[in-house]
Structures are given as C-alpha cells and as structure tokens.
Design a protein around this ligand. Structure first.
Ligand code: 16G
Ligand code: ZN
Length: 541
C-alpha cells in the first residue's frame, strides 16, 4: 500500500482505465488475431494495438523474457496495417495467447481492466510484476508510428519496458528478440555484420564479381539491402529496384504480385539469365526469377526448399553425418517438388498453411527445411545437429569430410533460424548457386513444375468450410469433398483442394493438373461447385 492507501495494482489499473478511454473501439469493428496477427485498415488499428501492448506486456511477464511486436501488413496495400507478437525464440505467438489476443482486442474500454485481471489470473501472472521486456519494430508504412505509440502505451501502462527499434524488416525483429533472449549480439548493426560476415566467409571471392537485382516491393527490404550491400560489395553487386522512392508499396511489384500473376514485377530491367529476386513488403518472403530466350521463369518457395534440401543433404552425406533431414511443406507445394524430394530419399511432411505450423514441424528434424510455395521459409538446425557439426568441424581430419562439415557450419550461420528472411535467403541461394556452379536454368531443371491454378471464391461465410488432413480434404459441409473428388476424377494425375483463407473473407481453390488448361478448368468447376453448394445450404437455413 502506498501512503494514501492505494495499492500499486490499483494505480496500474487506474492508468489503464484512463488511457483506454483514448482507444475506444469504433462501432461495428471486430478484430481477429489470424494466421499473421491482426491486419486491417490502418485507421482502425490503434485500439487493437493498445490492447496488444497490454497483452504483450502480460506475455513478457508470464515468460519472464523479452518478446516482440512487429507492426506490418506485409504484402497488403499501403493503407492497411497490422501487427503480430513474437515469442522469445522468435516464433509466432502460442495459440492460447492468439485466442486471448482476439478476446482482449474486442473488449470495450470500460471492461478492459476486468478482462485483463481475468487473463492475468488464468496465465498466473502478476500484473505489476516488472519482469519481461518488449521490443517493437515497424515497416515503412505511414501509419506505423501511431500504431507503435499505441502498443507502447499499452505495454508501459503495465510497467513493461519497451525498446522501439524503429523501421526494420519482420525477420530482423524476430532475430533481435531471439538474440536478446540468448544473450547474444542483438542490434540491427549486429544483424548486418553477422550475416555479411557469414556470407563473405562461405561465398568467397572470384575474379568475376556476380551481380543480382532485387525487387523490394517499395518496402522496408530496400533499406535492409541498401545497408548490407556495401558490406558485401567486394563479393557481389546488389541492384535495388522498387526502393520506395517513386512507386507505392506492393503495387505491381513484390513477391505476392509475382507469385499471383506469374509475371515479372514492374520496375526491374533485367537481361537474359540475370539472377533476379522479388521480396514482399516486410521482407520475409523471397522468390527468384530470370529470363531465357525471352521467356520468364519464376522459382518459388518449393524450388528454394528443394535447392536448400539438396545442398544440405549432399553435404551431410559427404561429411558422413548421421542426422535426420526433412522438408516441411503445405498443400500448396507443387506435386513435382514433393516427388523430387522423395526421389532423393528426403522425407517430406505436409502441414496446414501458416509459418507457425511449418516452423513447429521442422523442429522435429535435426535439419528441418521448411518453405511455403509463396516464399516464406527457412532452415532449422537442432541443438544435436549444431553440436555434432561444431565438434566435427574441429576434429575432422579427412579432407572431403572436413570441407563438407565446414561448409555446413558456415551455411548454418548464413540462415536466420528465427524465421524466414528474404535478405539472408537471397544470400544463401546465391552462395549455393555459386558453390555448386548452378545456372538459373540448371536449378530450375531439377524438376518441372506441374501447371496449377488458384482461385478466390467469395462465399457468404468462409467458416462454413472446415478441412482436415493438412487442409487437403473438406470435413464439412458433408458431401462437399465427394463432389471435389468426382470433379478431380475427370482428369488424369490431377489434384485439387479447397480451404477457407486465414487472412481474407474468401475460400481458396487450388488445382494442379498435367496441363495449364486442365488446371484452369478444374479450378473453375470446383470453384463454382463450392459457390453453388454453399448457396444451397444458406437457402435451406
Ligand atoms: C499469412 C501467413 C502465410 C500464409 C498466408 C496464407 C505467416 C507469417 N503468414 O500471410 O504463411 O501463407 O497467411 O493466407 O504465417 P491465406 O490463409 O489467406 O491463404
Ligand atoms: Zn511478409
């Protein structure tokens, strides 16, 4: 109790009550913490951001560690914004806390204190505990500073220390949170130095300097690349395209645009066989593209996963390392990539869409490569793997084995293991291509993609559709999967699945067939079946 009889808890709660009145939820707004956190029009985000500041502080106190909040809406248009919470090792927020997030973000200002107290009881956290810290970062969106201010207000109301690192990429924020919790160098400068050094060490130096072009989606990736490029300039030239100086964020460029349109981004002048990359608005996704004989080729997350897995597998075999290596994909992975990996004896598992599912499953391998076809992904190395690689890199005396194990160690240091990172993945890809003397075409020819088509179907309520088997089968409404199966059976070697989007109010249909025409036809017929099926259900309600 303080001198006037008011307890520290009362003081804290009173502060929350007073601040919350500046962050009232607009009428008819419902927030939801989805696959990638919150995402909506930026002007309605501050009330949710304030509540997430409170929640992030609670989470930090409950794990007694540093956690992160990243303010970004990735590939969405510039007028949107979003935010997500990062766990101590750089992972995505735990499902139970996602649920708390949705609940707290929809709690009106008057009831906030009460709900907060309930959560703190449930999570066994003392609201006034001073343990735990928060690191906050944001991408280049204009609305970023206001959202950061709201998050900070919430966290500081609960006496949580906030470290605002300003503009950064999503993977930089994840990396900084992880490094802080393992007491390793943890500033943005450390990030650039660490990965630049790892790249230089493994990539080496040639008489001819290679050059690459990167479409930065007019986003924060341009800042990251502009900062790291001079550190690498003796080894590789990086040309930054779509740096935000003229174009709008994610407009006609960026990884999402390129994947969707299967076409080159605007604003990149490239010549035949030049190594080109496209990244998204917060730089956690990357794709490779090039042209040959005036034809455009895109190498997506599946191609990157197979390149990484093939490279690591070869090194592990050469080094005679007895460690498990596996690849984690989603239903969107091209069937050819899965067959290719199996043909190389590499196990593949399929999990539901969303980085958190892939990341978690990849931890089951000693060396777990995970990628979504859209370019999100990284490689995880277990403690056992790192221990074995480290010991062998010192003790190994045989030449071939020593060289392989040394490369493995160097590669592990070039990977952002906290989360998929467009910048470090580009450097890793360039390194593999150079060390293995692979041209874009020879990488691309590892396997031929099966043609596919993806459609977005707007139905009244996407939640009516539930899936199972890593989203490859519809479990409800009853009878719908049988209809998909019947349509698929009209084609030889075809595959099709339907899943509700986790980020938009729509249902996605994905069809893969032997020809593009068949894939288009199958996607259209499944799409219209889904629409008619759900409309018929509504009319019966
Ligand atoms: C989010 C996910 C991404 C996934 C996408 C699917 C993270 C960080 N991001 O952007 O991995 O591919 O959602 O969107 O997990 P959809 O559910 O609308 O198809
Ligand atoms: Zn992104």
């Amino acid at each position: 109790m303080s001198g006037d009889g008011v307890s520290p808890l009362e003081v804290t709660l009173e502060t929350v009550r007073a601040t919350a009145s500046n962050y009232n939820i607009p009428p008819d707004v419902k927030y939801a913490y989805g696959t990638a956190g919150f995402r909506c029009k930026a002007d309605i985000l501050p009330p949710a951001a304030y509540r997430m500041g409170l929640l992030a502080a609670l989470r930090a106190k409950s794990v007694k560690a540093t956690i992160g909040v990243m303010v970004t809406a990735s590939h969405n248009p510039p007028e949107d914004n979003g935010l997500k919470v990062v766990e101590p090792q750089g992972e995505m927020l735990l499902p139970r806390w996602e649920h708390y997030s949705t609940q707290l973000s929809n709690t009106d200002s008057a009831s906030l204190v009460e709900v907060l107290q309930d959560f703190s009881d449930e999570a066994e956290v003392t609201l006034t505990s001073s343990r735990g810290k928060l690191v906050v970062g944001r991408d280049t969106r204009e609305s970023g500073p206001d959202i950061v201010a709201a998050v900070t207000a919430g966290a500081e109301n609960l006496q949580c220390k906030v470290h605002n690192i300003g503009v950064c990429t999503t993977p930089q924020l994840h990396w900084i949170v992880k490094q802080t919790n393992i007491s390793k160098p943890n500033t943005l400068q450390d990030y650039y130095r660490t990965f630049a050094d790892s790249f230089i060490h493994l990539y080496g130096k040639d008489d001819v300097k290679h050059s690459i072009k990167v479409d930065c989606a007019n986003g924060v990736g341009a800042i990251a690349l502009r900062t790291i490029a001079p550190l690498l300039s003796d080894h590789i030239d990086i040309t930054i395209c779509n740096d935000g100086s003229t174009g709008r964020l994610n407009e006609n460029c960026g990884a999402d645009f390129v994947k969707l349109m299967q076409n080159a981004p605007r604003g990149v002048n490239y010549v035949e066989n030049e190594h080109c990359y496209t990244i998204d608005g917060d730089a956690d996704r990357s794709l490779f593209f090039y042209s040959q004989d005036h034809k455009f080729y895109m190498l997506d997350g599946d191609k990157i996963a197979t390149l990484f897995a093939w490279f690591l597998n070869s090194l592990m075999q050469e080094a005679e390392l007895n460690l498990s290596l596996g690849v984690v994909q989603t239903a969107y992975a091209n069937g050819s990539s899965t067959s290719y990996l199996y043909s190389k004896g590499i196990p593949v598992v399929c999990v539901p869409t969303g980085v958190k599912h892939l990341h978690k499953r990849a931890e089951d391998f000693d060396v777990g490569v995970y990628f979504e076809a859209n370019g999100h992904g990284t490689v995880l190395f277990s403690d056992t793997a790192m221990e074995m690689i480290n010991i062998r890199s010192v003790r190994e005396t045989r030449k071939t084995q020593k060289s392989a194990v040394t490369r493995l160690l160097a590669f592990s240091k070039l990977i952002n293991t906290a989360v998929g990172d467009a910048v470090t993945n580009i450097l890793a890809i360039e390194t593999i291509l150079k060390l293995c003397k692979l041209s874009p075409a020879s990488w691309n020819e590892m396997y031929a993609d099966l043609p596919y088509r993806q459609l977005k179907i707007n139905i009244r309520d996407r939640d009516i559709i539930k899936t199972t088997d890593a989203e490859r089968k519809i479990s409800s409404p009853e009878g719908m999967q049988e209809k998909v199966d019947a349509l698929v059976s009209d084609f030889s070697s075809a595959r099709c699945f339907v899943r509700p989007s986790g980020t938009e109010n729509c249902v996605r249909v994905h069809a893969e067939c032997a020809t593009q025409r068949e894939a288009d036809t199958l996607a259209m017929s499944v799409g219209s079946m889904v629409f008619d099926f759900t409309e018929a259900l509504y009319s019966r309600l």
